[in-house]
Design a protein. Structure first.
Length: 125
């Protein structure tokens, strides 16, 4: 099946890690704490996504992303400069729509079945 959908993700390094990873820089921890249970950054289970998509014995290897670059920008509003300073960038992936599960504000997709087509600086300051 052709890869025809774009997904956007804030990540860093050649092996993609997100700002919520346990290996994220200490400077990012405040953002992680402030993003817990807020209306504009709901946890997956309150955003229409199943926790089993990305954790536990039935994990499907899903990672988080967004349907548009503006959605990623909104999610990380107020944190763009810090994220950029810590080496994060906006990655764009080409994915098969069948490999995407959409929530209300975020989505999950299988990175092993996606192709990263660009890396852009976080120039949203």
């Amino acid at each position: 099946m052709p890869l025809i959908d774009f997904v956007y993700r804030v990540e860093r390094h050649a092996i993609p890690t997100n700002p919520y990873a346990s290996t994220a820089p200490v400077a990012i921890h405040r953002m992680q704490n402030e993003h817990c249970e807020t209306p504009h950054t709901p946890p997956p289970t309150r955003d229409g996504l199943e926790w089993e998509d990305f954790t536990g014995p039935n994990a499907r290897g899903q990672i988080f992303g967004f349907a548009s670059a503006p959605a990623a920008r909104t999610w990380f509003a107020g944190w763009h400069a810090l994220l950029a300073a810590e080496g994060f960038f906006l990655a764009t992936y080409l994915v098969d729509p069948d490999d995407v599960t959409r929530g209300g504000r975020q989505l999950v997709f299988n990175p092993t079945r996606a192709v990263r087509v660009s890396i852009d600086p976080l120039t949203w300051h």
